[in-house]
Design a protein around this ligand. Structure first.
Ligand code: MF3
Ligand code: CO
Length: 296
């Protein structure tokens, strides 16, 4: 005979989380092969591990994203409007038989094809008719859909000479992205990303936005998991076949964001101080990782 199971899989977990035991501390068998691992990650976290065919598609979408981003950044000069940058980038999507992910996305439907976030705008700035001016810092964010697959990347552009504060926040954001990427390793938890970023950004006198997060990407625009750029305890191990963004939003002043009540998209720093962001899409591999949106 076998000992009766005193504690059922559907009972509350002994740890007091309030979740079912099977969804919490129930001992998990080590998954053996790719299909088992993919099923485990989807069932437990709703994370999609990509097949080699899907990775080919995502790789192509990411290469296109980086190309469009680079070409659009080259056009960003004093006197040019962000609306003109949008139209140029839109044309590059059409030429490549791609769809701009942001266009009509969400609610209220996002009205443009790229995001252009100037100075104190943290993210989701909407292209408009304001000409770029000497001293502006601008984030351009490009996310095409190619053959049904998504790529996502962004970077900063300086318009002429910028203030030391703006140059600093942009460099810190770039270094945060580089450091988070360098820390990636299969088997490590996702929390390594935010913990690396917040430790570095705060040591440099900057703050990390916590109202927006990075995300799984590839088959959908925004997939699980949501990945914080701030200190956190997200203990899901990274494994080969995951595709996700890292996109630290770093502020020169306070971390708080205020969303524009009229357009309901533009997110600005609460204190009006500058903000900067750089973004890549990453693929985890058995050996380590690959940056799919390299622009260098
Ligand atoms: N790259 C941005 C993101 O990851 C794109 C936002 S599109 C928008 O969310 F429509 F939400 F603005
Ligand atoms: Co993104």
């Amino acid at each position: 005979m076998i000992l009766k199971d005193e504690h059922g899989r559907n009972d509350p977990c002994w740890c007091g989380s309030g979740k079912k035991w099977k969804k919490c501390h129930y001992p998990q068998p080590e998954p053996q092969n790719r299909a088992d691992i993919a099923k485990f990650y989807f069932d437990r976290y709703h994370i999609l591990l990509k097949t080699p065919e899907e990775i080919r598609g995502i790789r192509a979408a990411c290469a296109l994203a980086a190309d469009i981003l680079n070409a659009t950044c080259e056009k960003a000069k004093a006197g040019v409007t962000t609306s003109e940058l949008n139209d140029y980038a839109h044309g590059l999507h059409v030429k490549a038989h791609a769809i701009p992910g942001p266009l009509h996305f969400g609610y209220p439907p996002y009205p443009k094809s790229i995001c252009t976030s100037l100075n104190e705008v943290i993210c989701h700035g909407i292209p408009d008719d304001r000409p770029l001016q000497e001293g502006d810092i601008l984030n351009i964010d490009v996310s095409p859909i190619l053959n049904g697959y998504y790529g996502d990347c962004s970077r900063m552009v300086f318009i002429g000479n910028v203030s030391p504060e703006k140059a600093h926040v942009s460099k810190v954001s770039y270094d945060c992205l580089k450091r988070a990427i360098a820390a990636l390793k299969p088997g490590l938890p996702f929390s390594i990303i935010g913990n690396t970023i917040e430790a570095y950004a705060t040591a440099q006198g900057c703050s990390v936005v916590n109202q927006f997060v990075a995300h799984g990407v590839g088959k959908e625009f925004h997939e699980e998991p949501q990945i914080p750029h701030y200190r956190n305890t997200l203990d899901i191990p990274m494994v080969a076949g995951m595709t996700f963004t890292i996109e630290p939003m770093i502020n020169a002043g306070v971390r708080e964001a205020v969303i524009d009540p009229i357009d309901q998209w533009t997110a600005r720093t609460k204190d009006g101080k500058p903000s900067a962001q750089w973004e890549h899409t990453i693929l985890m591999t058995n050996e380590g990782y690959e940056v799919l949106t390299t622009w260098e």
